[in-house]
Each structure stands twice: as C-alpha cells, then as structure tokens.
Write a protein that binds this ligand. Structure first.
Ligand code: APR
Length: 267
C-alpha cells in the first residue's frame, strides 16, 4: 500500500515526457555535503560569503579563496552520489520519457557521477577553472587537498588557510574557480538553456533548494505561469512552495527513489 504523499506525487508525474528538475544544495545533503543556509551546519554559518564568494574578496586576497574552493572540490570528489541522484538517472530510462534536464544551482559533480545526462550548471562548477581576466579555460589541472577518510566532519572552511593559484599561460593573470560569485552574472548560455528547459517541460520538479537566491530562483515561475505541473520534494516549506501543485515532505534520497520505482511499476 503506497502512502498518500507518494500517490499525490505520482498523480502529477505519471506520463510526463519532458521533465525539468531544478535542484539545490539539499540534493547533495544526503551525500554528506553541507547546504548553505541550515542554521547550524550551513556553509554560510561557518564562512562569510562576502569574504569567500565575491569578486571583490578575490581581488583583495585570492589565496584563502583558492584554498577554500580546492577544499570544496575535494569534499565533492570525496562524496558519493546518493540514491536521489541515481533515481534521476534511472528515470531517464523509463519508457515514454523523452528527456530529463537537470537545472542545478549546485557546483558539485554529483549529478554527473549519478548518471544524469543533461545537466545545466547555473552557478558553475568546482571542477572548471579559468583565467580571471582573459577567461581562457585552465587545462593545467589542480591538486586537491586530502579529505580524511574517518568520520570527523570535514570543516567547511578546510585545512589550508592559503594556497597560491596558478597563472594563465596566455596573459599571466591568476586562474580562478569557474563558479559564479555573489554580484556576478550567471553564464548566458546556461541561463538561456535553463529558460528553454523550464518553458518546454511538461513536468517540473524542485528538489533541495530554499528558493531565495535570484535570478535562479525565478526560473520555476516560467513553468508556473504556463500552468506546468510542479512537484517539490523538500523536508520543509520553501520560498518556492507557493508555486508548486504539491510540496512533498520528503528528501532527495528518499522521495526520488520511491517516486521513480513507483513510476517504473516496481512498487
Ligand atoms: N533533501 C531535499 N532537500 C533538502 C535536504 C534533503 N536531504 N536537506 C536539506 N534540504 C533543503 C533545505 O530544507 C533547504 O530548503 O535544501 C534547501 C537548501 O537550501 P540552501 O542551503 O539555501 O541552498 P540552495 O537553495 O541551493 O542555495 C542557492 O545560494 O549561496 C548560494 O550559490 C549558492 O547555489 C547556492 C544558492
């Protein structure tokens, strides 16, 4: 006997062919990566975003930021995709599904490693690096710090206070992380693709985002204004809940596998 919440979610999802999944940090929480705004464990409760995620801070003193982003890349690589990431990849294989686009605010690589094939990174990636000035992609590789295998929680601030970024072979300026910092524009190509994905979907899922950071958080409104069914999977209400046809009190690694198994007729 399936629970009522799953039944309600299924009613929205059955028969969907072009699905757009809008994800945030909560998608990776069950992989052991901290979300941003949780009052006690959130990244921003340990680290000042203006000091570690702004272009002004980078111009002032890049070495602490370079160390921190390498640490976060190491944490992401040390984490494993969870059952929610894997369920989204499995959904792509179900009969009748044409495409599942992941529109993510996350900078980790867990959707890729979980097997999804169409991923739009609105806020960049921990594994892309480019020249601060000429934007030439950095192909020189980086060495990530070691993450202890024991269960001690890896501190979000990381072990090294400062590391020197490499220099661009073309213009000699510093190589920076390929992520979007506060006050910076989102990448145009990804933004256009995300708008198209929202407008062309016949079902939108929202998983693991508080919906408070714009312009990304404005994307689901495109689907809402078209009357596209929107299902949210979140342990608590969010700023996007009011746009949703149903907000399922569940988590990424519990709700998504249950939903995809039921859609596959496995449960
Ligand atoms: N499953 C699903 N959702 C979860 C889970 C889980 N296991 N755990 C937590 N959540 C929810 C939280 O309830 C919260 O609503 O995930 C959301 C995480 O919200 P934030 O920490 O604000 O992260 P996010 O919405 O991704 O932040 C957006 O803000 O700082 C910037 O660039 C950064 O991309 C980030 C953006």
């Amino acid at each position: 006997m399936r629970d009522q919440q799953l039944e309600h979610a299924l009613d929205l999802c059955r028969g969907a062919r072009r699905i757009n999944v809008f994800t945030g940090a909560g998608m990776s929480a069950e992989s052991g990566l901290d979300t941003y705004r949780d009052a006690t464990t959130g990244v921003w409760s340990h680290v000042d975003p203006q000091a570690m995620a702004s272009i002004d801070a980078w111009a002032r003193d890049p070495e602490p930021m370079w160390a921190w982003y390498l640490w976060r890349a190491a944490l992401s690589r040390h984490a494993d995709p969870n059952a929610g990431h894997r369920a989204l990849a499995a959904w792509e294989q179900l009969p009748g599904v044409e495409a599942i686009t992941i529109t993510t605010q996350n900078i980790d690589d867990l959707h890729e490693r979980g097997g999804s094939s169409e991923i739009i990174h609105l806020h960049g990636s921990l594994f892309d690096y480019r020249c601060t000035i000429c934007s030439r992609p950095w192909r020189g590789g980086v060495s990530l710090p070691l993450v202890p295998d024991d269960d001690t929680p890896a501190h979000p601030a990381g072990p090294s206070a400062r590391l020197r970024p490499p220099r661009c072979p073309l213009c000699g300026n510093l190589i920076r992380p390929g992520v979007v910092w506060f006050g910076e524009p989102l990448p145009e190509r990804e933004w256009d693709a995300a708008e198209r994905a929202m407008a062309s979907a016949d079902l939108v899922l929202i998983v693991g985002t508080s919906g408070v950071v714009f312009p990304a958080a404005g994307l689901p409104r495109i689907a809402a204004e078209l009357g596209t069914p929107i299902l949210e999977i979140s342990p608590e209400p969010t700023d996007l809940t009011r746009l949703c046809d149903y907000s399922w009190r569940s988590t990424a690694a519990t709700g998504l596998p249950a939903l995809v198994d039921a859609l596959a007729g496995l449960s």
